[in-house]
Design a protein around this ligand. Structure first.
Ligand code: B4P
Length: 191
């Protein structure tokens, strides 16, 4: 089994690179952002609660996303491994993920962190906002709230994995295929 955390601030390229990685390594893609947007689209109770926070650029509560990941791990026991995209976003989520994976007799093998400057993130997300229809992409002030949530609550998750010797930083600025190739080089050193 191969379990990878793809990490980085909003707009770093996690979703973009995840699509390429799942094609190449046939891993199951677990994006908490995609799961939450699906709950919103289906107008579930969970989705209605999450929408307000997400539209404002804030994180949804830990127990909500941990529960969604738990369900997906149980539903995909035969998978060759997982790419966690946008999860964990807090140290509490990272600790919960370690526990959930150990219940399945596995663990995280590698955290790949895409590094991108704040100005580039804002630029990318405003461009995506022209077509994504996402309220959190359309307003620079909300994008900066998301970056602030990342800096204050999420960045320390990298230190958590660094302490386990699993952290690798990758330059997330430049050509998408070149960034993908740098990610693959790191994965192949683990596998
Ligand atoms: P996510 O869905 O995870 O959204 P994101 O961080 O905006 O997306 P991503 O980072 O994948 O986008 P990408 O860089 O690929 O989260 C949305 C919200 O959900 C959060 O704000 C929060 O409210 C909630 N949430 C999700 N998970 C949670 C959790 N675990 N705990 C609590 N709350 C949670 O793409 C960005 C753009 O850049 C694209 O348009 C892409 O085309 C472009 N791009 C990518 N790579 C590029 C490159 N190399 N050069 C130029 N452009 C590039």
């Amino acid at each position: 089994m191969l379990n990878i955390v793809l990490f980085g601030p909003p707009g770093a390229g996690k979703g973009t690179q995840s699509q390429k990685l799942i094609d190449k390594y046939q891993l199951k893609h677990l994006s908490t952002g995609d799961m939450l947007r699906s709950e919103i689209a289906h107008q579930t109770e969970l989705g209605l609660k999450a929408k307000e926070l997400m539209d404002a650029g804030l994180l949804v509560p830990d127990e909500v996303v941990i529960g969604m990941i738990d369900n997906q791990l149980n539903a995909n026991k035969e998978s060759k491994g997982f790419i966690f995209d946008g999860f964990p976003r807090t140290v509490a989520q990272a600790q919960a993920l370690d526990t959930l994976l150990s219940n399945h007799l596995t663990s995280i093998h590698l955290m790949l962190a895409l590094t991108v400057t704040e100005e580039e993130l804002v630029k990318r997300l405003l461009i995506r906002g022209e077509s994504s229809g996402r309220a959190d992409d359309q307003d620079e002030a909300k994008i900066r709230v998301r970056v602030n949530e990342y800096n204050t609550k999420t960045a320390q998750v990298a230190t958590y994995y660094e302490g386990q010797g699993k952290f690798k930083a990758i330059d997330g600025i430049g050509d998408i295929d070149e960034i993908f190739s740098a990610l693959c080089t790191e994965i192949e050193q683990v596998g």
